[in-house]
Structure formats: C-alpha cells, structure tokens
Ligand binder design. Sequence first.
Ligand code: AHG
Ligand code: MN
Ligand code: MN
Length: 327
Amino acid sequence: MTTLTQYLKDHSSNPAINDVITTITDVGQTISQLLRKGALADILGEAGNQNVQGEEQKKLDVLANDLLLDALAKNKNCAGVASEELDDATPANADGSLLVLFDPLDGSSNIDINMAVGTIFSILPYQRQGQTCNNSDFLQAGSEQLAAGYLLYGTSTMLALTIADDVVMFSLDPDSGDYIMVNDEVKIDAETSEYSINSSNYRYWRAPMQQYIDELVAGEAGVRGRDFNTRWVAAMVGDVHRILCRGGLFTYPFDTKYAHKAGKLRLMYEANPMSLLIERAGGGATDAVNRILDIKPTDIHQRVPVVLGSQNEVDYVKQLHLEHDET
Ligand code: AHG
Ligand code: MN
Ligand code: MN
C-alpha cells in the first residue's frame, strides 16, 4: 500500500513540489469533507457575486478558493497563486520557487444537484525569486509545468497527479485521511468509441467540428462504420477522469456563442494541467490545430478550444480542421 506521502518521497527530486502538493491535497480533504455534509454545511447555492469572467459564483467556488489561497499563502515554497476566482495573481512568499494556478471548484453547476465536482491545479517554476510576482510571471506555456493534477470529488475522492513522466492515481481514505495509490501507471488507449461534448452548442461550432460530430452520430450507417456513445458530466474533471480510466474523446470546441471568447475553458488552470495529464498518459491534447501545451499565454484567464483524449480521435479531429482550413 503506497500513500501519497511515500510516493512523493520516492519519486520527486524537488521537496518544494512535494510540499505544495501536500498543501493542495490537504485542502482537498477539507473540501471533500464539506461536500459530504452538503446542504447541512450550508455550502450550497449562490454566493451573490460574479467572478472576473462575469460568471455567477457559488458559495463553494468562493469557499474552495479561500481555503486554497489561505493554505498556499502560508507555504514558503509558493511565490504566488492565480485562480479562476481571482482577478489578478496574488503574491505569496517572494522567496518561493513555485507558482500555483488552480480552478478551485470545477463543475460549479453540479454542486447543487449532488454530482461530481473537482479541483484542478498546475505548478510552474518561478523565475524571479526574491521579488514580488505579478500576472506576467504566470504567462508560461503548459510545457513548462513542473506538476499538475486534479482532485475529483465523486462517489469517492480521487487524486490524479503527474510530477514526472507518468500519471498516477490515488483514492482518499476518509477514515485515515491518507491518499492511497490505486493506479501506478495510467494509460489511455489510442482507440475509443466514446465522446464527450455539449451538443446544444452545435450551431455555433466550426464546420469541421460539425462534420466530426455528424460522423460520430451517423455511427455504423456513416463513414466511420461503427457506433459511438456520448457521455457528458458537465465538469471537465469528471470527463477527463473517465478518459484516464477508460479512454474517450473530450471537447469543448471553438464556438461563436460568445464572440469575444475562443471557447469556454481556461488555458492556464483547466486546459494546461489536463493536457499534461492526458499527454503523459499517452493521449493527445490540441485546440483543434495546435498542441495546447505549446500555446504561449497572453492572459492568465485566457480561453482556449479543447480537444483531448484518445490519440486516434484527437488526430482525426485535427485532420478535419487542417483539411478544412486548407481549402
Ligand atoms: P467551472 O465550473 O470551473 O466554471 O467550469 C465548468 C466548465 C467545465 O468543467 C465543463 O466541462 C463545462 O464548463 C460545462 O459547460 P456547459 O455548462 O456548457 O455544459
Ligand atoms: Mn472549471
Ligand atoms: Mn471553477
């Protein structure tokens, strides 16, 4: 039986990363306990304000954000944090060597219906140790991430983590509070028959995405010659978890629903950490043309179209987009 503490000790050469991951997973345990109490802990419903992106904040969005922020501010290795729920980066300890980015509560619309939600995190190196960090220090490509992962608060609480070349999974034992390793090498099959998309946005997609989904829906009767199955958790953390467990294709594509947005998901604390996990598990992650991890960010809250999961489907979506763009 390998605990997270033991795993970090054995597999990481950077004690600062271990320390920050321990802080995040300790907060995850607190969030998990609050979620188990649910309505009884008075954590459901609206907080009554909006975040920087104009989205209504739920009480739990705010609570999870504050818990992470408070804990990381006390961590000497954390130079600063950036969060979905904070307008700007918040400096922590200037002497720290790490920057931490997080989506404190992913899948907010699931909170009030007792469905899966999660916390996504990304750890970047801090290049200006000794000085106070600002937004521009965070604008590093996803390929620079030193570690990434998520906590999924589902029927059980699970942690998916990458600190080296591989992806591992832990399950939180609610009795002991330990994260126990349940998978020491997560791998995604290149082939899949399962896909994940919010089809209600169909009319806003680009033509190659419409074509791709048309082909999947046509199934055995169409050019793909076999049937596909849809799954949509409405929390990226849940959909990515399913893909790490049994493969699949997840996309929140470019759409014209909101003209000023390039997609719904955020590059720095949703797409990047998930792309690192997916790639290291053998899958692919693209914005439909470019590798997500190669995108040079210009804004900590920037949005990006996301297509990730089983390699063959990701490659095919990319092929359709490239062919379309050439003509
Ligand atoms: P968040 O709750 O952090 O704002 O993220 C929600 C995201 C993502 O988790 C999920 O895949 C997607 O929004 C669901 O969007 P729809 O409501 O359009 O289905
Ligand atoms: Mn999210
Ligand atoms: Mn969120």
